[in-house]
Design a protein. Structure first.
Length: 128
């Protein structure tokens, strides 16, 4: 099973995440905006994981797992109206449960140490 981690050189957060995980994972980098990518732009893979920044309404640090797309006519944040990408519900559930399980230790590390320490936590606990 091939997972393609995708980063955009036009997105500072995406580039930062990619730079920190390249030591551990292959990252597909592009000069296009993530929202403008099409299947023709990407390598063949079973799963596509987009490395991107998200902001909560509460403006608090958060880990998110979601399927890209818009359920309604509104596409204020990009994408096509009423279009949602296909996803693996089991993988999304596992990623979400894992993020919930490790949120507290991650937030402690994120506040006090570097992203590399955060990645070591993931790898040590075999969460990635």
């Amino acid at each position: 099973m091939k997972f393609l981690l995708i980063a955009s050189n036009k997105d500072l957060a995406s580039k930062n995440i990619a730079n920190h995980i390249k030591e551990y994972f292959d990252v597909f980098e592009t000069d296009k905006e993530l929202l403008s990518l099409t299947a023709e732009d990407l390598e063949e893979a079973d799963y596509y994981i987009f490395l991107s920044k998200h902001k909560s309404i509460a403006n608090k640090p958060a880990l998110t797992v979601h399927t890209p797309g818009n359920l309604t006519e509104s596409n204020d944040l990009g994408g096509n109206p009423k279009e949602v990408c296909p996803c693996d519900a089991v993988l999304n559930t596992l990623l979400l449960k894992t993020s919930i399980k490790i949120t507290k230790p991650i937030m402690k590390i994120a506040r006090s140490e570097s992203l590399m320490s955060l990645l070591r936590l993931f790898i040590t606990h075999q969460l990635i």
